[in-house]
Ligand binder design. Sequence first.
Ligand SMILES: Cc1cc2nc3c(=O)[nH]c(=O)nc-3n(C[C@H](O)[C@H](O)[C@H](O)COP(=O)(O)OP(=O)(O)OC[C@H]3O[C@@H](n4cnc5c(N)ncnc54)[C@H](O)[C@@H]3O)c2cc1C
Length: 385
Amino acid sequence: MKQVDAIVLGLGGMGSSALAAFASRGMEVLGLDQEPAPHARGSSHGGSRIIRRAYFEHPDYVPLLRASFEGWRRLERASGLKCLHRTGVLLVGSSRSPILEASRSSAAAHDVPVELFDPDRMRARFPQFSSDRGWSGLFEPGGGFIDPEAGVRAHLELARRAGASIRRPVKVVSIDGDDQEAVVGTDQGELRTSRLVVAAGAWTASLLGDHLRVPLFPQRKAMIWFEPTDPRACSSDEMPAWLIDDGEPAGCYYGVPTWPGQPLPGGVKVGFHGPGSVVDPDATHEITPEVIERFTADLARRLPGVLKRPLAAQACLYTMSPDEHFVIDRLPGRGSMVVVAGFSGHGYKFAPVVGEIAADLAIDGATPRPAAFLNLDRFDEERPH
Ligand SMILES: Cc1cc2nc3c(=O)[nH]c(=O)nc-3n(C[C@H](O)[C@H](O)[C@H](O)COP(=O)(O)OP(=O)(O)OC[C@H]3O[C@@H](n4cnc5c(N)ncnc54)[C@H](O)[C@@H]3O)c2cc1C
């Protein structure tokens, strides 16, 4: 096969966006994925991903989030597909919740409009949440959720329209290269290019091996859909996307309301963002009855009487980096390769800007976006902090 300007390995949330970014710059680009079509074995499925700018993970993400919001709007206009649902996002917790506190300071530092709710106002405005716990709230009206399946479809469609080639299923089995050229071994032969973006999600660490220099840890997470007791109270008209930081257990339950056009079986989607154990991404990922029972019991205490019964459950993979921040960089000593990985359970909302940054790094060796805090050298032991 003729050598192309760039190859994108992995066509999930990040790779589909990188493919569109290369193609929109007039480059001859080839996208590869091991699955025949967008699928539910990686990290970019399940109907919704929360998007917010009052960012407790670190305020440095906020400028990238602004760019992402613009990116989602541009993508919707260009593709005609609805991706962004503005339901607002409500963070719930005690007045000492570290997540509420960090979100409030991120919002203040970057002028993100938020509204604070004391326990009395919380009870009145958001009666779905347990009123006997004295919870406060931080509401970001501009937030909401993204439909990840629509996002991947839209990016792939724009990439195709701009001339990108896609080959799937193709399994990449090896990656090597230097500053000039990357060599991609696949189950259908070898490909060479001067620019390779590795966006292989939970498979990234095993594919890159020692080239990456930092470990990444795939984890399995549950997404469970619940039938609401009162459908209106849990619809996107009445319920924002939400996250509860009550410190027990370590981690947070979060949820997304029902919405018009939601795929079957519908229902309020709930997940848990917290510690997990490392899994093999190639294993069969199922959600056990014990996990569904635990969710059901924990949520009955947090949203009493709101969720009637579980309707469906599905697994999804996180790829944790050691500090839970993204890894976006050219590989040291192998400048033909760019990695975008380690999204640590909070990356999807950034997909439009991550694709642009990946293309910047691969084409120019640098990006004008303020993303240096996500470079690999933060893990260098000798680096002064
Ligand atoms: C339950 C859950 C909830 C989440 N909630 C949120 C949220 O609310 N907000 C948010 O912003 N983010 C959230 N995230 C995180 C977000 O979804 C991920 O960060 C994002 O989807 C990662 O996309 P990706 O492109 O890196 O991975 P993927 O979408 O998994 O794409 C990787 C692709 O690479 C392909 N691939 C891998 N290896 C090979 C190979 N050897 N050869 C060929 N192809 C290969 C795979 O088939 C796959 O298609 C959540 C994640 C999960 C699991």
